[in-house]
Design a protein. Sequence first.
Lengths: 478, 199
Amino acid sequence: MANTAPRTLYAKIWDDHVVETRGDGTAIVYIDRHLVHEVTSPQAFEGLRSAGRSVRRPELTLAVPDHNLPTTARTDANGARIPIADPQSAAQLAALERNAPEFGIRYIDATAAEQGIVHVVGPEQGFSLPGTTIVCGDSHTACHGGLGALAFGIGTSEVEHVLATQTLLLQRSKAMEVRVTDALGPGVTAKDLILHIIGEIGAAGGTGYVIEYRGQVFEEMSVEERLTVCNMSIEAGARAGLIAPDETVFRYLKNRPMAPKGTDWDAAVRYWKTLHSDDGAVFDKSVEIDASTIAPTVTWGTSPEDVVPISGAVPAPEDFADPSKQAAAAKSLDYMGLTPGTAMTDVAIENVFIGSCTNSRIEDLRSAAKVLKGRVKADNVRWAIVVPGSGLVKMQAEEEGLDQIFTAAGFEWREPGCSACLGMNPDKVPAGERCASTSNRNFVGRQGPGARTHLVSPAMAAAAAVTGRLADVRTLDQ
Amino acid sequence: MDAISRVSGRAIAFGAKNVDTDIIIPAKWLKTITREGLGEGAFETIRADPDNIFDAPENAGAPILIAGDNFGCGSSREHAAWAMLDLGIKAVLAPSYSDIFSGNAVKNGILPIVLPQSAIDRLMEVAKAGEPIDIDLDTQTVTTPFQDRFTFDIDPFRKHCLLGGLDEVALTLDSQEIIGQFESRRASAQGWLTAGTHV
Ligand code: SF4
């Protein structure tokens, strides 16, 4: 029998999807699931149209708008759709709405309860499954690796390639193991862990790799926590990140609308149980991290690798050995308006954003609401919003009364979408203002031109809202 | 896509590390439904400074950009490659790129050339001195008027596509038959894969 040598989880999924390997090592890799949103797809559909090509397997693609949808009400009192004010955003939406049916692709409408951020919708609908290859014209596609899928972001030409051929031309990545030992302390979340990991590996440390997260910490995590971890793999430069699927994943997926049912389900589970790295499987690189040493983690700069424990202080450029990092740090500090040595808990914030494909699922909202219950946002916090990841998350939260807690605390309760994660829709952080954000990128201008982002967990965002500064949620809980 | 075998001329001595695609083209420019016209938004935040390197008169029409480690990291937006192309950039020289960006670059006929930091440092000096740089894809070499000569590696398939200006979709469609065979093999062995997609 072929392949008797121990293999990594990544190798197993890769091997099962190679249609053909060319002499130079480039492989035609089959794609099982394709998610499409309005921003990175119009040019791909246009490419198909102008070449007279069709979509090979339309049922394997799911389209949903998210990036530039406003998060304010989408229908008026009579249920009629409220038009999008920005003509360019409206045109992109209209293009997806037209392209999906034209090419026979299932489309979730902006006003449907199932609408949401692609990376929230895929797992929620059971469209994303373990052991599958999942792509989307969006770098946070790595998110779906939390289910044990090989999921990664692609460019628009590749979107077109997948639509036309249901495959991609790829070079095999190297495999990296991030092994986390011990357990996370109280008040330390999956978000803190992944921020810490990115700080350790560096923003480019994972380039060329697919990361497998291993260790009991991950086995004990819920699916939603795993999605948070894998989501940010790209911020360490990795193509994808994944965690071996287990009973927790199977339980999560069972009976989801698009998950297999009956005997198909049983066959799927039998296969999924084979998806783990074999004993003795060799990784090209291994990183070990002790979870017990991690504190709630925040970013101070403009790269996701710029992390510091909340108990720490703003670093000085001289703190870094690498001269180019020193220069980058000086620039970041200038952009962020921070002085070296300032305690992170002394950094005042004016905005709080709870949302994005990293942290907008029901458990994220519960964790923020737990901190906010019976509290109100500080006076200096000008703008605080919660943007559920999907209409279904929103409904669930409302059923649990979480929306009441948020609004009582002074938060705005919005419609699902990418919102202030990126400055593409009306939700933006004003220039020069600071935001405690549960999103995944603290890049220059990411939340709006001149906006200053501090990445945090949902609980830490809530703590920042009530104290008006970055705060250690563990001191609030007591 | 245009075939590309040689890029020669002035290089922009940019040199920055971890340049993300939000820097290359900010989100507000992504609301387009065509590939054209994005040069105006390329490196917009940097170019807001009137003394920026991109709009320096001596760099007008420069086809080469020199950058630091991890160029094109972050968002997968192919708009970054379209914007650079629209700005006139046909090749980038850097120690490393994000995986997604280098793929997007190649698909749009931009050469993402990888050279060690020491070579990049030297080429930065050459660019700052206003001297041209010559990139020959066929021989995989970068040369300067000062007799510098660096060789680079490139994936043979990418080289083939760049030299021929080939459309990858058309190439893969030539393999439709084996893709079909793969699909039917899996449909019988692993029917669950598509069971839920037919609702
Ligand atoms: S929430 Fe942010 S990171 Fe996630 S898909 Fe939307 S824009 Fe991308």
